[in-house]
Structures are given as structure tokens and as C-alpha cells.
Design a protein around this ligand. Sequence first.
Ligand SMILES: Cc1cc2nc3c(=O)[nH]c(=O)nc-3n(C[C@H](O)[C@H](O)[C@H](O)COP(=O)(O)O)c2cc1C
Length: 349
Amino acid sequence: MNHPNTESLCFGPIEHAPRGFWRDLPRPFHVLAPMEDVTDTVFRRLIARWGRPHVFVTEFTSAEGLFSAGRSRVISRLLYTEEERPLVAQLWGKDPNAIFRAAQEVQRLGFDGVDLNMGCPVEKIVHKGCCSALIENPMLAREQILAAREGAPALPISVKTRLGFRDKRTESWATFLLETGIDVLTMHGRLAKDMSKYPADWDEIAKVVELRDQMGVSTLIIGNGDVLSLEEVHQKHQQHGVDGVMIGRGIFQDPVVFHPQRNYNDLPLEEKLRMLRDHITLYFEVWGPKRPFKIMKKFLKVYLQGFRGAHTLRMAAMECEDTTTLFALLDQWTPPTHDEDPPSSPNSP
Ligand SMILES: Cc1cc2nc3c(=O)[nH]c(=O)nc-3n(C[C@H](O)[C@H](O)[C@H](O)COP(=O)(O)O)c2cc1C
């Protein structure tokens, strides 16, 4: 262990992890990654109906924000329905007291687990010493884990992080986290400073599994980065030993990625348009004017892909300023019969 601060640590006996619903999941299990402005209660409910992952996680939620003047906005991230279980609430913050109180609240609200974000690389957050900055401040990371455990003693505690901040610290950082006795560790195979620029390093993720086995702890290891299908989930499990795999951006390419038999590309056009309509309807039922329409528009690219005329329809849909005009556009639209606008992929402009 060469992490600068780890030598002075003295941990109590490691608890028998994992606890709660994690214990009963199949191997490999799959998780829909937390994604801000994407994996809200609306999208999670729809994904639960179309092809559900084994586990859902909320968007990251500020522990300090929960107890600030902006509470009503922040707490909307913790809105959920029974359809979304098992559901883990992801928290981020700096002050362990805030993490303690937020974890208490998460337990009171009936979530199935608490996840601590120690991976987000966004500058304005890292600047405050939160999220991926904790990789360089392990003592605070440990305090947060202990605070979450005290605040939510009935819930399993997980951490989602990266291989390092500027340089790879996989071994020292993962050892440090595993020694705290967390139930689950999600390792996104990139450095914080690299954001999402380079491919995820699954060999490094495999090292975390080896470490866990050498240490004899039972923390589950979830690998994350660049996985696009259930076949890949199984490959990663076999080749790299992870217990579970988290899929994030893969859901944009295939919103039914967790369905064992289906693939978005192969769905009939009517079904693709029905999925979009369901999303718009539920979005406005749940959020009304509370969340801006432009957040909803980000999803147009997800649904309006892979059929003739998709590109032109998407461009027109992007011009709509509200639900009524968007629904009117979809009602009037008929697919082109000629070849001018061939089926598009999510990577088309
Ligand atoms: C739009 C977006 C929002 C994200 N928001 C969060 C978040 O709230 N919490 C978090 O831990 N990670 C967040 N992430 C990171 C993802 O959870 C995931 O770690 C990352 O996308 C890598 O996985 P992938 O290659 O499967 O996409 C976000 C990523 C994206 C693209």
C-alpha cells in the first residue's frame, strides 16, 4: 500500500459484506448507472417496464443540498416508485455530518441502499473537495463511509469511484476502500482527470477483484465503463471476474439493453414512437413545469434513431418548445417512402 495516508489507519473488524438485496442477486448482475438528468424516476420507471436491470441507482444527490434552502429541488432526485426496486440512493458531499443526515433520510425514505459518489470529475464539484477529489483525501472518504453507515445502519453501503485522480492508484485506493468493509465497490475504469476521453481499463478493474480475493473480504465488485450489451456483461464477468457490471451510456444506444431478447434497432417503428410518447407523457405527469423541456429533448436522440426518416423527424422535434407541439408533430408525421433519409444511428448528427 503506497497511498500517503493509509498507514495511519486503524480499522475495526470487517463486517460480513454484502448485506441487503445485493446478497441475493445472480452472477453476473447488471446495474443501470446513475446519470444526472437522465436516470430520474421517470426514466427508471420506463426502463423497469421495457427491460429492467437488476439494480437502479438515483442521480447523484447533494447531501448538503438536502438540508439547504434548495431542499425541495434537491429532494426531487429521491422521488421513486416501487417499480424501481431495488433502488440505491446516490449521495455526494463533503461534510460527514451532512452525509450522516442524508443517509438517515435515505433510510427513512425506504431506499434499498446508500451509494457514495467518489468518482464524479466535474471541476466545480472537485474544486470543493467532493466526489473524485476524495481519491486524494482518503481520510475524509473513510469518514464519509462511517457516517453513511451510522446514518443508515439498516442499509448496505456502496462506493462508486475511479482508478485514481491524476494517476492510477488502483491498488492502494481499492485496498483502502475494501478495508472499510463496504458492501459493494463500483470501479469505473478511468482516471478522474481523463473524464471519459479514453477507453475504460478493464485490466485495472480485474486487479480490484484480485485484491478483494487476496484480502478475503466479501465486498462485491461492479465494473463500469464502455459496456453496451448483456453479452458484454457476461464477457466482463468471465474475463475480469467482476460480480456485476454497470451500464451507463449504453442505454442511449439501446434503451432496451437490459432486455434479454430485445434490441432497439429491431423494434417496429410504432413501438419506438410509443416509447417516446410514453416518456414525454410520464415526464410531464411527474415533473410538470418543474423540470425544463430541454432536458426531455435530450432523449429525442435515444428514441428517434434506426428508422427511415429518423434524422429529419429528430431535427423537427428539436425545434418544439413544449409537449403539445411535440405530440402534434408525432401525430402528423409519416415515414418517407424514398431513400433520401436512410435509417440513422445515435451517432448521426
Ligand atoms: C449524462 C451523464 C450523467 C452522469 N451522472 C452521474 C451521476 O450522477 N453519478 C455518478 O456516479 N456517475 C454519473 N455519470 C457517470 C456514469 O454513471 C458512468 O460511470 C459513466 O458514464 C461510465 O459508464 P459507461 O461507459 O457505461 O457510460 C454520468 C454520466 C453521464 C454520461
